[in-house]
Write a protein that binds this ligand. Structure first.
Ligand code: E4P
Length: 217
């Protein structure tokens, strides 16, 4: 399973990179705005800064919702750095743009996916990644993990190469359960990633080892 961190915060990306288990980054317009990154020059610099911290794919989302605009923006984003993946929303013009970029050899991430049907047509259009938002489904009394399982079945039935990028991760168990189901990638907050480290019995056991060692010396 690839680990992506879901933030535009450079400090958190740096901290996650230092763990040695990071494979990429996902951003979205809200995450960029949260970091106060506004204006074309600042946005471009910020994406390049992220690409200089990590080695893997970095998703950068278009703002346009029309085909021509998404293609124009996507080309500009892709030209910024070889690690940039063009993030495109699951709308009709987005499907056309996914197909355009697939035919052009540009990596894409189809975002705001909430159903198997959306994931199926995104794969047909040749998306590199599809991002089912499991946390937001959970927030609406629908088990987001069920969607990951359904998409895994669909993609395996037809050997689609599109990678399932489990998004809208809320906590550590989302990561574990997405791995059990077979998501190719998860993108989550640093807290969820670092939560994988934690178990009280580990802390208790280590403390005893060290105490016993100290007693023995
Ligand atoms: C991927 O980058 C998505 O935009 C992100 O995971 C959404 O997460 P949220 O539902 O917490 O906003």
């Amino acid at each position: 399973m690839k680990f992506f961190i879901d933030t535009a915060n450079l400090d958190q990306i740096t901290e996650a990179q230092a763990l040695g288990v990071l494979d990429g980054v996902t951003t979205n317009p809200s995450l960029m705005a949260k970091e106060g990154v506004t204006g074309e020059k600042n946005i471009i610099k910020h994406y390049k800064d992220i690409c200089n911290i990590v080695e893997g794919d970095v998703s950068a989302e278009v703002i346009s919702v029309d085909f021509k605009g998404m293609v124009r923006e996507g080309k500009e984003l892709a030209a910024l750095h070889p690690q940039i993946v063009v993030k495109i929303p699951m709308i009709e013009d987005g499907i056309k743009a996914l197909k355009y970029f697939s035919d052009s050899g540009v990596k894409t991430n189809c975002t705001l996916v909430f159903s198997s049907g959306q994931a199926l047509i995104a794969a047909k259009a040749g998306a590199t990644y599809v991002s089912p938002f499991i946390g937001r489904l959970d927030d609406n009394s629908t088990d987001g993990l069920d969607l990951i399982g359904d998409i895994r079945l669909l993609y395996d039935n037809y050997a689609f190469e599109t990678q399932i990028l489990a998004a809208s991760i809320r906590h550590t168990m989302h990561i574990v359960n997405c791995a059990k189901i077979g998501a190719d990638v998860m993108t989550g907050p640093l807290s969820a990633i670092k939560g994988l480290l934690n178990h009280p019995l580990t802390d208790i056991g280590l403390a005893k080892f060290l105490a016993d060692h100290k007693k023995g010396n």
